[in-house]
Design a protein around this ligand. Structure first.
Ligand SMILES: [Zn+2]
Length: 373
């Protein structure tokens, strides 16, 4: 039972996109077929054997009014210092000169990896290529895009994914090609934001080489920030898929789920899911929470957002008020879901579980709620 359509092997780094749903991961989300897959079990059977005190899943929703909880600090991957200078993108003479300028900076992307140095020392930072290495990249006939100005210096992303081995192009460079999520939030804030931008844009480019309308070949325009079909002239613009991520609470307890995608982990995280066409963010919160955990929610309060271009999402973070507390999980998404008290969440190791990654908005939603007590 519980047809598990998710292949954990698709995410070998086991890097959670902050929520329990398949948000932001490849391949594209699986179809929701809950009617055929849905199964339920009560938390009294499912969850309590693993060291969490019994009884906490039995309380009633609290009347304690839920108030907006402000973000305590910026989310990782926000705060880019780049001036995107979108008004310069269609100035072809300017872009050509900037592309050729020896001081312009290039950020290579290779199959979802970015060039980073200092990993061994746990002091990762982005590697910006200029000079001779940049000349080799310019000559590589690879997809590229103008990202903007960093202190008046043009910055470009360039996609080397077509090269089986990009290292000859990068020779003489100190650094390694790394999934930036593997830096565990240790990248300087500026670098994290710029590398995420480069990666997301290059991913979009790689997935829009052909027109979705007529199947014709697309070519870049606006300095690589748009594509246009050479046959039907349709313009295609970068896509960002909105996903809601929410901490559902009632009084002193919060709902956290353990994803089926991480069977070897003890991580419990907030619920999350993609916004569907014709749906408001508030409706998406209510639908996802009910689908995944069987909980009805009332008011929702926006907290903050986080770019999550892994490959193409933005996480929209909320706190949501529970109207019911009996949990019925969707086994295609969750292996377990429970109510945890603030005291338990403050000491997860003592209660046999882990919180989500430090660089995730999920963690921020949880920590800020704890601080509200
Ligand atoms: Zn077309």
């Amino acid at each position: 039972m519980g047809g598990r359509t998710h292949d954990p092997g698709k995410n070998p780094l086991r890097l959670l996109p902050s929520g329990s749903d398949r948000v932001g991961e490849e391949p594209v989300r699986s179809p929701t077929s809950h009617l055929s897959y849905r199964a339920s079990r009560s938390t009294s059977q499912a969850g309590l054997a693993r060291g969490v005190a019994s009884g906490i899943n039995k309380f009633r929703p609290k009347d304690t009014p839920l108030r907006p909880i402000p973000p305590s600090r910026p989310n990782v991957y926000t705060g880019s210092p780049l001036d995107r200078a979108s008004e310069r993108r269609d100035d072809e003479a300017f872009i050509a000169a900037a592309f050729a300028a020896p001081h312009s900076r290039f950020l290579p992307v290779w199959r979802a990896k970015s060039l980073v140095r200092g990993m061994a020392e746990s002091q990762p930072e982005a590697v910006y290529l200029t000079g001779e290495t940049a000349s080799r990249l310019r000559a590589a006939d690879a997809a590229w895009a103008f990202l903007g100005f960093q202190d008046k210096t043009p910055v470009f992303a360039i996609d080397l994914s077509d090269f089986e081995d990009p290292l000859p192009l990068l020779r003489g460079t100190l650094g390694e090609l790394t999934d930036i999520r593997a830096t565990a939030g240790l990248l300087p804030r500026d670098d994290a934001a710029i590398l995420a931008h480069a990666r997301g844009l290059m991913h979009w480019r790689s997935r829009h080489r052909f027109c979705g309308v007529c199947g014709g070949t697309c070519r870049p325009r606006s300095a690589g920030n748009a594509m246009v079909c050479t046959v039907c002239n349709t313009q295609h613009f970068p896509r960002t898929d909105p996903a809601v991520i929410m901490l559902v609470t009632t009084g002193e307890a919060a709902l956290l789920g353990h994803s089926t995608r991480f069977p070897n982990s003890t991580m419990y995280s907030t619920l999350a899911g993609f916004v569907e066409p014709g749906e408001s963010l508030e409706e998406a919160v209510a639908r996802e929470v009910f689908e995944e955990a069987g909980i009805r929610t009332g008011r929702v309060f926006y907290h903050s957002s986080q770019p999550w271009p892994f490959p193409a999402s933005i996480m929209l973070g909320f706190h949501a008020e529970a109207l019911t507390t009996d949990i019925t999980i969707d086994l295609t998404e969750l292996a377990d879901a429970r109510w945890f008290t603030r005291a338990q969440i403050r000491n997860p190791a003592d209660h046999g579980f882990q919180l989500p990654r430090a660089d995730s908005i999920a963690r921020r939603l949880i920590e800020d709620w704890l601080e509200e007590a």
